[in-house]
Design a protein around this ligand. Sequence first.
Ligand SMILES: [Zn+2]
Length: 417
Amino acid sequence: MSIFIRNCKKWDNQFPIGLLNTIQGKILVTLNHLRLYIFCTILHIVFANCTARFIRDITSPEEKSLKVSAVGDIMVHSTQLTSAFDPKCKCYNFHPVFKNVKEYLVSADIAFGNLETTLPGDAKLFAGYPQFGAPDELAVALKDIGFDILTTSNNHSVDTGRKGIDHTIDTLDQLGIHHLGTYKSVEEFEKNRILQYSKNGINIVFLSYSYSTNGILVPKEKVVNLIDKVRISEDIQLAKKLHPDVIIVAYHFGTEYARFPDKFQKEMVDFAFQEGADIILGGHPHVLQPFEVAWIVDKYGERKQRMVIYSLGNFVSGQIKRYTNGGMIFNFKLTKKVQSGKTQISIEDVGYTPVFVFVSNEKTGFQYNLLPVEKFLKNDQELKLTPAAYKSMLEFYEDTNSHLQKNSLIVGANQLP
Ligand SMILES: [Zn+2]
């Protein structure tokens, strides 16, 4: 094609000389020359466009990307319920808790988290540990700060029975928050067992499983996704039929308060990767565990960049002990490149924002506040930390950075922040 255009250019270059000669009255431009020139000009335009497209295909593939922000367990202990209750209106308000992290989550294309309480819609069932039930206002606040997807399968999924399962799903549906992991009926499970989510031209399938429901039986007809190799394999195969760009599995698993993954976590992560999952988002230990990005070949022989974070820790909770008193917003970018009909997905810009849970003393009582630590390092914001809280925040920040940066592994993606 390029040769063709080079030949045309040759004619092109000759034409002005012919024209000049005509003006000078020395040589007449024949009709044939003119026809040839027009023909050549058309070819020039057509093939120049064609070649430009061809060259573009080779040099700059079509590229799409999206930013995902994932958080860990969203818990509501009894102290948080008391704090969010306003005796004047006899209502709950969780908005102030999330005020300082809102800008970090709304800026993500997909904000994802684990709702580790139920929303029973009945004040008599509002409770903290051991059987969690929270008011709908919690979900209203989560919607407000930008959550797009919440998992509902965890060891507290059936803490408030049928009412809890049904009303949680109805509330999230009403608010337009996508959810996965628990289902009101077997029919709903069959219909929604694969959550497909598309954004910026990238198609993602989300799956989610819990290791247990704390020994509480799942009510008849209700479904809670539990970790089961047969089920996971089946779901990933179903997901693959939809030809997603990325398969993300959320696992609720691990040993509570352990800062490193246990044998079961590693086994289940390897299993999901072998089945074809691309990204694993873990939770449940209440503390942060490391993440890994590596090139892994699955059982189908597909070599892809895959990533696991073993535990995203507590996003919000009433736990105040070292390592549990904060969590993070885990960020990564998915980039899709289509070149010569081939699609390649890469995981880029992997990083995190440590988030500390600060309990402030207000005139109206105590208030839970999620603080993106970097913004509060100088303690010069409107919301001031007490010396004791500031010390705890710094300890949490150093613990988080040293642990994750020393023990996380990134191969073939951007380095740690
Ligand atoms: Zn849990």
